[in-house]
Each structure stands twice: as C-alpha cells, then as structure tokens.
Design a protein around this ligand. Structure first.
Ligand SMILES: C[S@@+](CC[C@H](N)C(=O)[O-])C[C@H]1O[C@@H](n2cnc3c(N)ncnc32)[C@H](O)[C@@H]1O
Length: 270
C-alpha cells in the first residue's frame, strides 16, 4: 500500500507502507541511531526531562529518550509501530504534525527536548512547523533536528559504468523530490531556521559514511528503491537500469558516500 495521502501532504507518496516500510525504518535506525543518540550526551538529557520525538517512525530514538529522561511523547502520522511500545512514560500521539500544532492540546508544552530525524525533508516548507515546535519548549529547552543533505550522495567508487549509473539514480531521485516541491539539501538549512525561531547557542555538524555494496550498509537506501521505482523511471531511468542498479548494490565492487546527516541543535531563550 502506498501512503495514499494527497499531493498537498508533506509525506511524498514515494515509499511503500506495511512490512516493507517497517523493515526500512528499522534499517535506518540500525544505520543512524548510535550517532543520533550520542548527541543526547552532548545536550545532557537526564532524568525528569520531558521529551518529544516527532516523526518517530519505529520508535528507537524515542526509546533511547525514555531510558535517559522522564516522560516521552512520540508523535507520528502513522503510529502503527509506536503503539506496541506505549506505556505510562512513553505516550504515543498519532497525528499529522501540522494539524497537531494548529491545536493547543495535542502536543505538550514546557518540553525540555524536541527531536526529529529525517522528517522535515518531507515538508515543502517546514519553517512554520519548526517555529511551532520551538514554541513548545520551556525556557532553556533544546531543539535537535537531524536531516539529510545530499551534497555527498553523488560521490562513488567502482567501475565507470557503476559510478555513472549511481549518479543517474541520485539525479533522478532529486528530480522526483523536486517535482514534489521537496528539497534534497535540507540539512544545511536547519541552522538558519532554528536561529530564526529564536534558538540560541545553536550549532550543526555533518556526518557522512562510505557505504559498501554487498553489505548491510546499503540496506536503508536499497530498501527505499522499490517504492521509488515509478518516480525514478518518470525522471528518465530505464527499468533495465533500475534492475542493474539494484544488483550493483548487492554485488561487491562498488561504494558510495551516504547523504550527509546534518545534526542541528540549540536552546530556547532562558
Ligand atoms: C523517514 S521516516 C523517519 C523515522 C524516524 N524519525 C527515524 O529516523 O528512524 C519519517 C517518519 O515521519 C513520519 N511523518 C511523515 N510526515 C509526517 C507528518 N506530517 N506528521 C507526522 N509524522 C510524519 C512518517 O510516518 C515516518 O515515520
């Protein structure tokens, strides 16, 4: 099943739902959680904190919050996977973020930390949502946003043919994104957005990894491809090239740079 949301929805109907989506979410968690959660130490997340994870997906970051903090809310437009984790300290909000922010009683306020990962790249213009989330922080509370920036994603190593094919796929993906009004370079913009929202002592840093074909390192990207097939072909990839690229990812002999994950965080005014 495709998400099936109207085109005006921030979620592009490019990925499939159900079991495949759950496996894809878990593979992203496996690929990114360690570095994401390490920043909780920098921020100083501690007992008694009230935290919100937005676009919480399969919930691993929200669980890591719960292990360190007091109360955790996990918000997602599709809370199917989060419901299995629900408890007194881990509350699930199934809602569209934009709609939830438009009401006063869905998202708690006075929060110590609001986190999101790979959410705002799905919005055409997330500034209002980011402002809204910052307004739910208590004075001195933290916003922490992780987003991809595709600056590194076209870089690859292997045969000439495999490098060219990889670039063609990445270009087609970016064109499909742009057709939906989405930006493949959100990561670099978040610092300006949170600064605009009045966040102080904000900083951002990027992390990029080399992904080796034929290993689990390519899994999050490889699992995204089936749901993007039609969109990629609309942007000029042939179905033969699509199959060749999927095989290229599974065979040894090729590597590419991941998109850069830019982690941006700062504190609301005291
Ligand atoms: C790419 S996944 C990232 C999941 C998780 N943050 C992670 O990094 O493992 C994006 C998540 O955002 C959710 N999402 C998309 N649009 C949303 C919206 N408008 N409001 C709330 N959640 C949304 C999706 O359901 C999905 O779980």
């Amino acid at each position: 099943m495709v998400y099936g949301m109207p085109d005006s929805s921030p979620e592009p109907a490019l990925f499939s739902d159900g079991d495949v989506e759950y496996i894809r979410l878990r593979s992203m968690e496996a690929a990114y959680d360690d570095e994401s959660i390490a920043v909780f130490g920098t921020i100083g997340v501690s007992a008694g904190w009230r935290c919100l994870d937005v676009g919480a997906g399969a919930g691993s970051v929200a669980i890591a919050m719960k292990e360190r903090a007091g109360s955790v809310w996990a918000l997602d437009i599709n809370a199917e996977h989060l419901r299995k984790l629900e408890s007194v300290e881990f509350r699930v909000i199934e809602a569209d973020l934009t709609a939830a922010l438009a009401q006063s009683d869905i998202i708690p306020d006075g929060l110590d930390l609001v986190h999101s990962r790979l959410l705002f790249g799905l919005f055409r213009d997330p500034v209002n949502e980011i402002l809204g989330l910052c307004s739910r922080l208590k004075p001195g509370g933290w916003i922490y946003i992780e987003e991809f920036d595709d600056i590194t994603f076209s870089a690859a190593s292997g045969s000439r043919r495999s490098i060219d094919l990889h670039r063609k796929v990445v270009d087609a993906k970016n064109a499909a994104w742009a057709r939906k009004g989405l930006d493949s370079y959100v990561g670099r913009q978040v610092l300006q957005w949170i600064h605009f929202a009045g966040i102080e002592r904000a900083e951002a840093f990027g992390s990029c990894k080399v992904r080796l074909s034929g290993t689990d390192q390519i899994r999050p990207w490889a699992l995204s491809l089936p749901g993007m097939r039609d969109a990629l072909i609309r942007e000029g990839l042939t179905s033969d090239e699509f199959e060749e690229y999927r095989e290229q990812l599974e065979r040894p002999g090729f590597s590419y740079l991941s998109p850069t994950m830019i982690r941006t965080f700062g504190q609301s005014r005291r």
